[in-house]
Write a protein that binds this ligand. Structure first.
Ligand SMILES: *[C@@H]1O[C@H](CO)[C@@H](O)[C@H](O)[C@H]1NC(C)=O
Ligand SMILES: *[C@@H]1O[C@H](CO)[C@@H](O)[C@H](O)[C@H]1NC(C)=O
Ligand SMILES: *[C@@H]1O[C@H](CO)[C@@H](O)[C@H](O)[C@H]1NC(C)=O
Ligand SMILES: *[C@@H]1O[C@H](CO)[C@@H](O)[C@H](O)[C@H]1NC(C)=O
Ligand SMILES: *[C@@H]1O[C@H](CO)[C@@H](O)[C@H](O)[C@H]1NC(C)=O
Ligand SMILES: *[C@@H]1O[C@H](CO)[C@@H](O)[C@H](O)[C@H]1NC(C)=O
Ligand SMILES: *[C@@H]1O[C@H](CO)[C@@H](O)[C@H](O)[C@H]1NC(C)=O
Ligand SMILES: *[C@@H]1O[C@H](CO)[C@@H](O)[C@H](O)[C@H]1NC(C)=O
Ligand SMILES: *[C@@H]1O[C@H](CO)[C@@H](O)[C@H](O)[C@H]1NC(C)=O
Length: 673
C-alpha cells in the first residue's frame, strides 16, 4: 500500500507533531500522540478541569464534591475495520495527587475510554465522575477505565484507600491492587502512596490477540518495571465501541483534593511514545506554606533586634503552645491523615465561641467551623474523656469509623486529642437536626409526609449499611430524631454512630453501661444490658413512630396510660384507629398506604420480643414495597410496653423526670441484679 510507505517514512517527523498526525493516520492502524505538559493543547475540558499556565492539567480544583474531565478532542478507532477485533494499544501518563490539607485525598481519578465525552450525568465522590448509581454496571456504558483510587468505598468492594483497579462499565473493579511496583533489581514489591504529592507514571498496555491488559505504576524517573502491577485477561472487543474518546475523569469527595496530569501519550499498535520527563511541568504546591524564614532575614540586620525578637517569639510560642496544646502519642502516627491540629480547629470555630455553637449532643457540645485552608464547612464535636484507658482502641475505632462512607451517614473526617478531651470533625449538615422540625411550635412550617417518608427510608438505609454492609457490624445505639441530620436536600443522615463505644472502654467490668436515650431503649436492654442489632431496630421502630406521629417517645404531660408513645399507638392499633395517631400537622395530606406501612412497621420494629423484630435488610424490603409487611396479630402485641418495662427492671427510668424528651443519658445498671 503506497499510503502506508509514505506514512512510515514520515513517522519520526510526525512524532513531534503528534497532534496533527492523528486525523489522517487512522487508516493505517497506527496512531499515536504525546504530550509533555499540556500548554497550548486542545483538550476538551469540562467541570472543574483546567490547564494552568504552566501546562498542568488540573482535573479538580480545591472544591469538594465536584468532578472534572479532559478528553483528547477527536475520537479514536480501535479496530482496523468495523468487524475486526480491538487492536493492541499502549498508553502512558504522568499524574500527581495533591492533598490540599491533611494528608488525604478523596476520592480519585481514572483514565478512561468511552463512546461519549458527555459525563454530565456522572456523579462525584465515590463515582469518580465516571458513572452514577443507575449507570454503574450497565454494559451499555462501553467504558474501560483504570481507576487511581485514594478512598476506600466498601460499596464497590475497594480493597483499601490507595489502589489501582481495572473497571469495565462498573466501579467495582474487575481486578485491583494496592499502589506500588516490582523493583526490576530484586523483584521486591515496593508500595507507593498515591497521595504523596509526588508525580508517578502509569502504563496501560492491551494486547489485542491475547486480550491481555497490563497496568504498571512507577515513581517518575524510574524506568517502566518489567513486571506489571496488574495483569488481567479481558476481551475489550466486547466492551469498546468505535469511535471512542480517551481521557481522564476525577472527582472530589468530602476532602479538598487536587488530581493532576502532567504528561500523556498513546500508541495504537505500537508502544506509547515516551514522555519527555524533562519538559514536564511541576505539580502545584498547595496547602500549608513552608515555615517562614523571618529569623534568618532579620539576623544580619541587628543582633539586638534579633535577640529581642527571639525573646518575644519564645514567650509567644510558649503561650501559643499552651493554648493549642494537644496530646499526641507514638501509636497515633499511623492515624496521621485523620488527625487535625487543635490550632486549625480553634481557628475554624473562632475559638469555640458560643455563636458557633450548633447544639448540645449526647456526648458534648457541637460547633460549626470553617477550616482555614480548605474553607470546608465542618461540625466539630468536643467530647470530654477523662479516662486514659482504652483511648487507643477508641481512637482506632474512630479512625475506622471515618472509613465508613454512605450517603445516609454523617461523614466523620477526623479527630484531635487534648488533655481530657477528644474533638471529632464531621461534615457540616446545613439543615440541622430532624427533631427541630418535628418538635417545633405548631405554627412553624413542619415537614410534609413525602419528606418524612423519605427521611425514614434514608435512616433505614444508613442503619442497614452499619449493620450489614461494612466489614464488621457497627451498632448505633442511640437512634433518635436529634441524631438524624438533614443535608441541603433534606435527606436524612444518621450521626453519632459508634460513639456509644466510648463509654465501654476503660470502665469497671462489674457494671454494664446502658447507652441510649429513654424511650428508645429496647426492653431486653434492661435485663441483659447488651446492645445488639435488634436493639437498634427497636429504637428505629420508635423513631418511625416519632416521625409519623410527630410526638416524642415519652410525653410526661399526657395521662399516665399514654405517656409512652408506643403504648398509645398500640392502644389505637387494638381499637383499629391507627391513623388517629398521625401527626395532625400533616392536615390530612399524605399517602394512606405509606402512612399505614410506616405505623405498622414502627410497631413491628418496636416489638417487645426481639426475635419478632425484622432485620434492617427486611425493613428496607418492606419500605421499598418489595416484600409485604407481615400481618401483626393481636396476640403478638398483647401487653403494654410500660408493664413489660417494669418487669424488665426499667422502673427507675419511668419515674425519672430528667429523662423526658431528647436528653441523652447513660445509666449504670449493676449486672447480676
Ligand atoms: C471550582 O470549580 C467550580 C465549578 O467549576 C467553581 O464553582 C469553584 O469556584 C471553583 N473553585 C475554585 C477554588 O477555583
Ligand atoms: C480543537 O478541537 C476541536 C474539535 O474538538 C476542533 O474543532 C478545533 O478546530 C481544534 N482547534 C485547534 C486549534 O486545533
Ligand atoms: C446516569 O448516567 C447516564 C449516562 O451518563 C445518564 O443518561 C443518566 O441521566 C444519569 N442518571 C442520573 C440520575 O443522573
Ligand atoms: C460490577 O462488578 C461486580 C464484580 O465484577 C459485580 O459483582 C457487580 O454485580 C457488578 N455491578 C453491576 C451493577 O452489574
Ligand atoms: C503483560 O505482562 C506480562 C508479564 O510481564 C508479559 O508477559 C505480557 O507480554 C504483558 N502484556 C502486555 C499486553 O503488555
Ligand atoms: C473477543 O471478542 C470478539 C468479539 O466478540 C471475538 O470476535 C474474538 O474472537 C474475541 N477474542 C478472543 C481472544 O476471545
Ligand atoms: C400535599 O403534599 C404534597 C407533598 O407531599 C405537596 O406537594 C402538596 O402541595 C400538598 N397539598 C396540599 C393541599 O397541601
Ligand atoms: C435546607 O437547606 C437548603 C440549602 O442550605 C435551603 O435552601 C433550604 O431552605 C433548607 N430547607 C429548610 C426546610 O430549611
Ligand atoms: C404473630 O403471631 C402469629 C401467631 O400468633 C404468627 O403466625 C405471626 O408470625 C406473628 N407475627 C409476628 C410479626 O411476630
Amino acid at each position: 500500500m503506497p499510503g502506508m510507505v509514505h506514512l512510515s517514512f514520515l513517522l519520526p517527523l510526525l512524532l513531534s507533531l503528534a497532534l496533527n498526525l492523528v486525523s489522517f493516520a487512522t487508516a493505517t492502524g497506527e496512531d499515536q500522540f504525546a504530550y509533555s505538559g499540556f500548554s497550548g493543547s486542545n483538550l476538551t475540558l469540562d467541570g472543574t478541569a483546567k490547564i494552568t499556565p504552566d501546562g498542568v492539567l488540573e482535573l479538580t480544583n480545591h472544591t469538594v464534591h465536584l468532578k472534572g474531565h479532559a478528553f483528547y478532542p477527536t475520537p479514536w478507532r480501535f479496530r482496523k475495520s468495523p468487524n475486526e477485533v480491538v487492536q493492541s494499544f499502549s498508553i502512558t501518563f504522568v499524574f500527581g495527587m495533591v492533598p490540599v490539607y491533611s494528608d488525604k485525598c478523596t476520592d480519585g481519578m481514572t483514565f478512561l475510554i468511552s463512546p461519549t465525552k458527555d459525563f454530565s450525568g456522572a456523579q462525584t465522590s465515590q463515582y469518580l465522575g465516571l458513572l452514577n448509581k443507575t449507570s454503574d454496571g450497565k454494559a451499555s456504558n462501553h467504558i474501560f477505565a483504570v481507576e487511581l483510587d485514594s478512598s476506600q468505598n466498601t460499596e464497590f468492594n475497594d480493597i483499601d484507600d490507595n489502589h489501582i483497579g481495572i473497571d469495565i462499565n462498573n466501579l467495582t473493579s474487575f481486578v485491583a491492587e494496592s499502589a506500588g511496583f516490582y523493583d526490576d533489581k530484586n523483584g521486591i514489591f515496593k508500595t507507593l502512596s498515591l497521595v504523596s504529592r509526588k508525580a508517578m507514571q502509569v502504563w496501560v498496555d492491551y494486547n489485542g490477540e491475547a486480550t491481555q491488559i497490563n497496568v504498571t505504576l512507577a515513581p517518575l524517573r524510574v524506568a517502566k518495571p518489567s513486571r506489571p502491577l496488574l495483569s488481567a485477561t479481558y476481551n475489550l472487543s466486547t466492551v469498546l465501541e468505535d469511535p471512542s474518546y480517551i481521557g481522564f475523569s476525577a472527582s472530589t469527595g468530602p476532602i479538598n483534593s487536587l488530581y493532576c496530569v502532567l504528561g500523556w501519550s498513546l500508541g495504537i499498535n505500537r508502544p506509547a511514545p515516551s514522555i519527555d520527563i524533562t519538559k514536564l511541568p511541576k505539580l502545584p504546591r498547595v496547602g500549608p506554606k513552608p515555615r517562614s524564614k523571618v529569623l534568618e532575614i532579620i539576623l544580619p540586620i541587628a543582633t539586638a533586634a534579633f535577640i529581642l525578637l527571639v525573646g518575644t517569639t519564645l514567650i509567644l510560642l510558649v503561650r501559643r503552645r499552651k493554648r493549642y496544646a494537644e496530646i499526641r502519642e507514638d501509636w497515633e502516627a499511623e492515624f496521621g491523615p485523620h488527625r487535625f491540629s487543635y490550632k486549625d480547629l480553634f481557628h475554624a470555630t473562632d475559638g469555640f465561641k458560643n455563636k458557633n455553637l450548633l447544639g448540645l449532643g449526647g456526648f458534648g457540645k457541637v460547633y460549626k467551623g470553617v477550616l482555614p485552608v480548605s474553607k470546608l464547612e465542618v461540625a466539630v464535636k468536643r467530647v470530654s474523656h477523662e479516662s486514659k484507658q482504652g483511648i487507643k482502641e477508641f481512637v482506632s475505632e474512630i479512625v475506622s469509623i471515618g472509613r465508613l462512607r454512605h450517603r445516609n451517614l454523617v461523614q466523620l473526617l477526623g479527630y484531635c486529642r487534648r488533655k481530657g478531651e477528644l474533638l471529632l470533625v464531621y461534615d457540616y449538615m446545613s439543615n440541622g437536626s430532624l427533631d427541630k422540625y418535628l418538635h417545633c411550635e405548631e405554627d412553624r412550617p413542619t415537614l410534609d409526609w413525602a419528606q418524612r417518608f423519605q427521611i425514614i427510608k434514608c435512616v433505614a438505609s444508613g442503619l442497614f449499611y452499619l449493620h450489614e454492609r461494612w466489614e464488621k457490624v457497627v451498632l448505633h445505639r442511640d437512634i433518635k430524631a436529634s441524631n438524624v441530620l438533614l443535608d441541603s436536600e433534606m435527606n436524612g443522615r444518621l450521626g453519632d454512630f459508634g460513639l456509644a463505644r466510648l463509654y465501654d472502654h476503660g470502665t469497671d467490668p462489674q457494671t454494664t453501661h446502658v447507652v441510649g436515650t429513654m424511650g428508645y431503649l429496647a426492653p431486653e436492654l434492661g435485663r441483659t444490658g447488651k446492645a445488639t442489632p435488634l436493639t437498634d431496630v427497636y429504637a428505629f421502630g420508635i423513631f418511625i413512630l416519632e416521625v409519623t406521629c410527630g410526638q416524642r417517645p415519652i410525653n410526661r404531660l399526657a395521662e399516665a396510660s399514654s405517656q409512652m408513645l408506643i403504648d398509645w399507638v398500640v392502644e389505637h392499633w387494638h381499637k383499629g384507629s391507627l391513623t388517629y395517631t398521625l401527626d395532625s400537622r400533616l392536615q390530612g395530606n399524605y399517602s394512606a398506604d405509606e402512612v399505614c406501612l410506616a405505623l405498622n412497621l414502627g410497631l413491628l420494629c418496636a416489638h417487645p420480643f426481639s426475635n419478632a423484630r425484622p432485620t434492617m435488610r427486611q425493613v428496607i424490603q418492606y419500605l421499598n414495597g418489595e416484600t409485604p409487611l407481615p400481618e401483626l396479630m393481636p396476640t403478638n402485641l398483647s401487653y403494654s410496653m410500660l408493664a413489660l418495662m417494669h418487669n424488665e427492671g426499667f422502673d427507675q427510668y419511668t419515674s425519672l423526670p430528667s429523662t423526658v424528651g431528647s436528653s441523652s443519658m447513660t445509666s449504670s445498671l449493676t449486672s447480676g441484679r
